[in-house]
Design a protein around this ligand. Structure first.
Ligand code: SF4
Length: 364
């Protein structure tokens, strides 16, 4: 398969692994920021191919997982309003909030529909002019441009019953927040591939400049990841941290200018709440006042009530890279993909689901 098989070539993989073993001498801690990378590392068994001095730590790059209970409660409260249709990506529907989930709200009679894109939500709005259709906008810079496009389209087509609950988050500010917390010592970061295809690699430059931490943007195939790790090892061993791209077919240093413009037309940066981290300034995307009629936060009066975190769940510290799913006493016992206690077990990119599906033999 073109663009897949060549990035899974075992011979090339072996050469990269040998080179990493030859070069890597120092104790090295690398964070893969993105949940998609955690899945790729486990699925292809990359951890046990690396030298013992390299430790891989999973980061907060799973949009469903980092959505705070307070925001989820807001979405559930919106679902309970009369004449409201909630549209959402599938994983989000199963995540437990403080007292319920969108799935339970649906079972109780709310109109909650799983969609694959904001375009699907817009179609539902067009077909149901007597209902208010709210799209639960989660995700990082990867999804925000398409959601911005749906808002512009709604305006152009004079669709007045379409709303976004914008829970979008941005990556560089949360990377800074995690580094500033100082809880986890890192030598290198594998930067997210899909996000970087939009924002480019320049926004990570503060990481080597201010924190002396190596960075490499990676794709999601085994060779992409090994090349990124090889680049990081080289930077770390030579003491020259920088930002490199191991995913040239998807990422340009300047990013996708058109997508950035689209995003900036509809959204502006603002404070966001992250699960396990709390409020982080300038780490969220809020709808600009010019498009406020599409903003569910402004359009509806709701009281989601006090927030409560799932008892015993340590998703927060897993997302900060401080713990692993194996540190959670509920892992595999009470908490499974069929009966998830926290979001990291619900999402296909969540660390707990990844550890569960690919097993401890792939972990280290
Ligand atoms: Fe939360 Fe379940 Fe993961 Fe434990 S195993 S941290 S309860 S999601």
């Amino acid at each position: 398969m073109k663009f897949v098989n060549e990035y899974r070539d075992p011979e090339l993989g072996k050469k990269l692994i040998d080179r990493i073993h030859r070069r890597s001498k120092k104790p090295t801690r690398l964070m893969e920021f993105c949940g998609g990378h955690t899945v790729a590392i486990f699925k292809h068994g990359l951890r046990q191919l690396l030298p013992d001095n390299i430790e891989m730590i999973s980061g907060p790059g799973c949009p469903v997982c980092v959505t705070a209970s307070a925001d989820l409660d807001k979405a559930i409260a919106l679902a309970r309003l009369p004449n409201v249709i909630i549209t959402s990506f599938g994983d989000m529907v199963r995540v437990p909030g403080s007292y319920s989930s969108l799935q339970k709200a649906k079972a109780d009679g709310a109109d909650v529909r799983v969609v694959y894109s904001a375009q699907d939500a817009l179609t539902i709005a067009r077909e149901n002019p007597d209902k208010s259709v709210v799209f639960i906008g989660i995700g990082f810079e990867t999804t925000a441009p398409t959601i911005a496009a749906s808002v512009l389209q709604a305006e152009q087509q004079k669709i007045s019953n379409y709303y976004i609950l914008s829970l979008h988050k941005t990556c560089p500010p949360i990377m800074k927040a995690i580094l500033d917390l100082g809880e986890v010592r890192l030598n290198g970061i594998i930067c997210p591939g899909h996000v970087s295809s939009i924002i480019g690699s320049y926004p990570y430059q503060f990481i080597p400049d201010d924190y002396r931490i190596a960075c490499a943007v990676s794709g999601f195939e085994p060779l992409d990841m090994l090349l990124a790790i090889d680049m990081l090892v080289n930077q770390i061993e030579s003491g020259t941290p920088d930002v490199e791209i191991a995913y040239r077919r998807g990422v340009k240093p300047e990013g996708n200018i058109q997508a950035i413009r689209l995003m900036e037309t509809v959204f502006e940066t603002g404070e966001a709440i992250w699960r396990g981290i709390g409020k982080v300034a300038s780490s969220g995307l809020q709808i600009k006042s010019r498009y406020e009629k599409f903003d569910a936060d402004r359009a509806f009066e709701i009281d989601p009530g006090p927030t409560r975190e799932p008892k015993g769940c340590i998703c927060g510290s897993i997302l900060r890279g401080v713990s692993t799913p194996r540190d959670c006493r509920l892992f595999r016992e009470t908490c499974t993909p069929e009966n998830p206690v926290g979001p990291c077990m619900v999402s296909a990119e969540g660390s707990c689901a990844t550890y569960y599906h690919y097993g401890d033999s792939h972990g280290r």
